[in-house]
Design a protein around this ligand. Structure first.
Ligand code: CP
Length: 308
């Protein structure tokens, strides 16, 4: 593949190969000397139209660890603010001969559109409520390293499923790798027809958590609820917030995940977020490794790359 636009279309074999490559990058990232030269001489542009802490910084660190020249486009200070379109911006950057562009955009499908307009590799760093493939890969790697496998595990994704690209990409990746995926949330935050993705749907968290190996909590994406139903924080926490009492309903060795950013006291209690069962900081560490693996895999398809 020249691009990574989504988990959709990737086989279990391809996903596993990326996770294996990322596993090696974890070891490299824990060494004093963290650099490889796979992307030496290459130019990577990070083009983020939406806010990001984890994804943008980890793509920058990943590119630099592989020897690329990384440029973070300051969208807020760019000519996009003067009315330049996404396509004209892409064409402008393309004329500077980048090798890889990493894009986040608030519109589903915008990254696919951009990929058709440029000559380089494109990585989707999140497009609207559609996909966030590197998040799903880092979540899969975190689960595999802690549970030793993904196949057969019961994974509950709980919260604002309707607006979540993380949920969509995780459902695709974890199902392909053999997990039993459940989704849980209030009816107003469950997309119509989500069952067709092969998940079991719950509206009651106390039922969803039974026998769960992994509990993945999602933030309420208020910025995507324009005009729609917005639940009250206190009521939401009571029914769908993960606290210690609810976590006891899952398996005793269940592990807690959250892609971030967290809203403590809304979807997750602070004691659980920082508790012994939480993998949240490890997810961030795996984010760098997975992004290194994705950049390395794409580098094999860049023109004039030396044989690996
Ligand atoms: N999980 C995630 O995508 O976080 P950021 O929005 O901070 O990149």
């Amino acid at each position: 593949h020249r691009h990574l636009l989504g988990i959709e279309g990737l086989s279990a074999l391809e996903l596993t190969a990326l996770l294996d490559l990322a596993n090696e990058a974890v070891d490299l990232s824990r060494q004093v000397e963290k650099k490889r030269s796979t992307l030496r001489g290459r130019t990577q542009i990070n083009l983020f139209f939406e806010a990001s802490t984890r994804t943008q910084s980890s793509f920058e660190i990943a590119g630099k660890r592989l020897g690329a020249d990384v440029m973070n486009m300051a969208v807020a200070a760019s000519s996009i603010k003067k009315g330049e379109t996404l396509i004209d911006t892409a064409a402008t950057l393309n004329a500077m001969h980048p090798d890889i562009i990493v894009v986040r955009h608030n519109q589903a499908g915008a990254v696919h559109l951009l990929a058709r307009k440029v000559g380089c590799s494109v990585v989707n760093a999140g497009d609207g409520a559609h996909e966030h493939p590197t998040q799903a890969l880092l979540d899969a790697l975190t689960i595999r390293r802690n549970k030793g496998r993904i196949e057969g595990l019961v994974v509950v994704i709980c919260g604002d499923i309707l607006h979540s690209r993380v949920a969509r990409s995780n459902i695709l990746a974890l199902s392909a790798l053999g997990a039993q995926v459940r989704v849980c949330g209030p009816s107003t935050l469950l997309p119509a027809g989500i069952e067709r993705m092969g998940v079991t749907v719950f509206r009651d968290m106390t039922l969803a958590l039974r026998d769960a190996d992994i509990v993945m909590m999602l933030r309420l994406q208020r910025e995507r609820m324009n005009g729609g139903f917005v639940p009250s924080t206190r009521e939401y926490f009571r029914f769908f917030g993960l606290d210690e009492a609810k976590l006891k309903l899952a398996k005793p060795d269940a592990l807690v995940m959250h892609p971030g950013p967290m809203n403590r006291g809304v979807e997750i209690d602070t004691l659980v977020a920082d508790g012994a069962q939480s993998l949240i900081q490890e997810q961030v560490e795996m984010g760098v490794a997975v992004r290194m693996a994705v950049l390395e895999a794409l580098a094999r398809h860049l023109p004039n790359s030396s044989p690996q």
